[in-house]
Design a protein around this ligand. Structure first.
Ligand SMILES: NC(=O)C1=CN([C@@H]2O[C@H](COP(=O)(O)OP(=O)(O)OC[C@H]3O[C@@H](n4cnc5c(N)ncnc54)[C@H](O)[C@@H]3O)[C@@H](O)[C@H]2O)C=CC1
Ligand SMILES: O=C(O)[C@@H]1CCC=N1
Length: 283
């Protein structure tokens, strides 16, 4: 005989609570809803009323001023607040975390899984992640690290949430998460800086501003697509553009003489170090 579960006892899908409804949370929520997650399963804690209204109006998610109300009944908690407020937010939720044993997902730069676990009173499954802003278009990439308490189902759940923002890559050694933050978390800003510089240089050569902007943006888009879609290395693609004795060679030699690679290395080192500092400064 087949046993039937009465309708009233069918469990509703486990909901996700976002603690922090700012820029990155909004991108992740947009991705989850676009990938078919029921808005009714998404709860958001956000103290700023205007952000709460916008999230509710745009995606239909339930919003709350306080974190404690948002996490009520949620199986996964996504911490999307600034690193500087993470400890205080965790202190507020530690009691509930111990009784409800959620999967804890963090997107905060620098804050380690050990810190999150300790601030929530210990023994919890924590996935530390680092997405980036192209998540807004579903074109992001996220690095993820799981602590020892995370089981296979929770790992899949965290991967599912972040894959709605784009590609995912699991990192086995958490100390490398600061390097992920420095390369891809902050990385879109480096590309925007390059775009700014290319546009300004084009304008300095006499191009109208809107033309210079379009040339820079489409060039970066096209080059990025070639990197992803061609299967070739950046070096091979660069060399194909660089005709011997041509214009590109003149530019590349100027970049190399100016220490471009070293400068990029120093910038990414500075961002990596800053990630470690954020961990210490907020402990
Ligand atoms: N912006 C970026 O490119 C990336 C940011 N991150 C990380 O994402 C996190 C959030 O960054 P953004 O979204 O850019 O910042 P944001 O400032 O837009 O969002 C943070 C939100 O948290 C809210 N908040 C503050 N205290 C709160 C509390 N007690 N309870 C609930 N919400 C609270 C704020 O009102 C704000 O709306 C940070 O930890 C950052 O390191 C990660 C990857 C990329
Ligand atoms: O600048 C930051 O600290 C955050 C983390 C990665 C991108 N934005």
């Amino acid at each position: 005989m087949t046993s039937m579960t009465p309708q009233s006892q069918v469990p509703s899908p486990p909901s996700i609570a976002f603690i922090g409804g700012g820029n990155m949370a909004r991108s992740l929520i947009a991705g989850l809803v676009a990938h078919g997650m029921a808005a009714a399963s998404i709860r958001v804690a956000e103290p700023v009323e205007a952000l709460r209204s916008a999230l509710h109006d745009d995606y239909g998610v339930a919003t709350f001023a306080g974190a404690a109300e948002a996490v009520d009944g949620a199986g996964t908690w996504v911490f999307a607040v600034k690193p500087q407020v993470m400890r205080a937010v965790c202190a507020e939720l530690a009691g509930t975390a111990q009784s409800s044993r959620p999967l804890v997902v963090s997107i905060a730069a620098g804050i380690t899984s050990d810190q999150l676990d300790r601030w929530l009173d210990g023994g919890l499954a924590v996935v530390r992640t680092m997405p980036n802003t192209p998540a807004l278009l579903g074109a992001g990439i996220t690095g993820l690290f799981a602590n020892a308490h995370v089981d296979a189902q929770q790992r899949a759940q965290a991967g599912h949430i972040l894959s709605s923002a784009g590609e995912t890559v699991w990192i086995d050694d958490e100390t490398l998460m600061d390097a992920v933050t420095a390369e891809s978390g902050s990385g879109p800003a480096y590309v925007f800086l390059l775009a700014e510089a290319m546009q300004a240089a084009g304008e300095a050569q006499g191009l109208p501003a809107d033309t210079a902007r379009k040339l820079a943006a489409q060039t970066i888009l096209g080059a990025a697509r070639m990197l992803v879609e061609s299967g070739e290395t950046a070096e091979v693609l660069r060399k194909r553009v660089t005709s011997p004795g041509g214009t590109t060679q003149a530019a590349i030699e100027t970049f190399e003489a100016g220490g471009f690679r070293e400068l990029v290395g120093c910038a990414i080192t500075a961002a990596t170090v800053r990630g470690r500092e954020l961990s210490k400064a907020n402990d």
